[in-house]
Design a protein around this ligand. Structure first.
Ligand SMILES: Nc1ncnc2c1ncn2[C@@H]1O[C@H](COP(=O)(O)OP(=O)(O)OP(=O)(O)O)[C@@H](O)[C@H]1O
Length: 351
């Protein structure tokens, strides 16, 4: 295990433990206020927990009980933030060489290391420029080079692509993906694509606790928490397995195959918004589950409209419809509707 971490901070209701394998890329997801920044702060050394201990590559990173709390710059932990935060008066090369120089590396070796890192982010040609002469995407690539120039044992990434224009993010994401290969890293993100492309495993935090953890693809395919389901773009209903479907805590029944799942066991039912059909009049003679609901919100999403509804039993279910259908069905917030979901389109799994 490259990193083992546990920390508590009572003032923030934070109590989190997790491990990261050698060279593994971990993404930390969660709603606002979940504790993601606190987690990065504790690792970086800027937020001190009440109790806690972390080990990195077999050595203690911090150990509150043993009064071991090294300063941020003594941790061999690299940090890449949302903003590049380059030194404006230094050239790109000097910015990237700064870390190795501060660690005592001689100028020629530090500059050689900086050039190698700049090449890895496809920014070698920018070496002589000042930060003011860089685009946002170029500056963030330089910041990536700077973060790895000291060869940190752990790389922390705090929403590294969030400040970038959507047209610039893809190149920076691709470069970051290459740089992260084989690097033990912890990435905080709100972005589905970042989680999918930049992490092997995720932990989902909520209210200062780990509420879900697992391989990224698995968590996004079979989410167990509303937050992960939203990120994955899936409807999620939690309930118990019955012979022909799932019954939620609110008493809603959704038809689905529950083969192999013991009756009464806790399960999740997940289905995509695209398999939810919306009707104004109750559909008849159909083997589908029909839910009665009320439209809460309409939101454009790619070339469709996402219709968020609340069922009469209080569950949130989202449907994807065409813009034309919104007009034809005369959908608006408050409108009573019927939702049909085919049993074969619902995936049920234990939670
Ligand atoms: N400096 C602080 N002092 C006291 N409490 C704080 C401080 N910073 C954050 N908190 C509290 O700690 C909890 C976790 O906050 P944190 O900033 O770690 O969440 P987050 O997941 O990073 O949220 P966001 O996605 O909004 O950045 C919240 O309840 C927050 O109000």
């Amino acid at each position: 295990m490259a990193l083992s971490f546990s920390a508590r901070l009572q003032e923030r209701g934070f109590d989190v433990a997790f491990e990261v394998g050698d060279g593994e890329r971990l993404a930390v997801l969660g709603p606002n206020g979940a504790g993601k920044s606190t987690l990065l702060g504790v690792l970086a050394g800027t937020v001190r927990p009440d109790t806690g201990r972390a080990e990195l590559d077999g050595e203690p990173l911090f150990d509150v009980a043993a009064r071991r709390w090294p300063a941020p710059h003594r941790r061999r932990v690299g940090l890449l933030a949302q903003d590049p935060l380059l030194f404006p008066h230094l050239t790109v090369l000097a910015n990237v060489a700064f870390g190795p120089r501060a660690a005592g590396v001689g100028r020629p070796a530090a500059e050689q290391a900086a050039r190698t890192c700049l090449a890895a982010v496809e920014a070698e040609h920018l070496a002589g420029r000042r930060p003011a002469q860089l685009s946002g995407g170029q500056a963030q690539r330089v910041a990536i080079a700077r973060a790895v120039a000291t060869d940190p044992r752990l790389l922390l990434l705090d929403e590294p692509l969030a400040a970038l224009d959507v047209t610039l993010a893809p190149l920076v994401r691709r470069v970051l993906r290459q740089v992260l290969v084989g690097r033990t890293s912890v990435l905080v993100t709100h972005d589905l694509l970042d989680a999918l492309l930049l992490s092997d495993r995720v932990v989902v935090l909520d209210a200062g606790r780990v509420v879900e953890a697992g391989p990224t693809a698995e968590v996004l395919r079979h989410p167990r928490t509303p937050f992960a389901a939203r990120l994955a773009g899936l409807n999620l209903l939690l309930g118990t397995a019955g012979p022909a479907g799932v019954t939620t805590a609110f008493g809603l029944h959704v038809g689905a195959s529950t083969a192999g799942l013991p009756a009464g066991s806790p399960v999740a039912a997940a289905f995509a918004p695209s398999v939810v059909s919306v009707f104004v009049d109750a559909p008849h003679g159909s083997p589908r589950t029909v839910l009665t609901a009320r439209v809460v919100e309409l939101e454009p999403y790619a070339d469709e409209v996402r219709v968020t509804t609340e069922t009469t039993s209080g569950e949130t279910v989202t449907a994807a419809v065409t813009a034309a259908a919104v007009g034809e069905l005369d959908l608006y917030p408050g409108r009573a509707v019927h939702l049909a979901v085919k049993a074969t389109a619902v995936t049920v799994y234990p939670v």
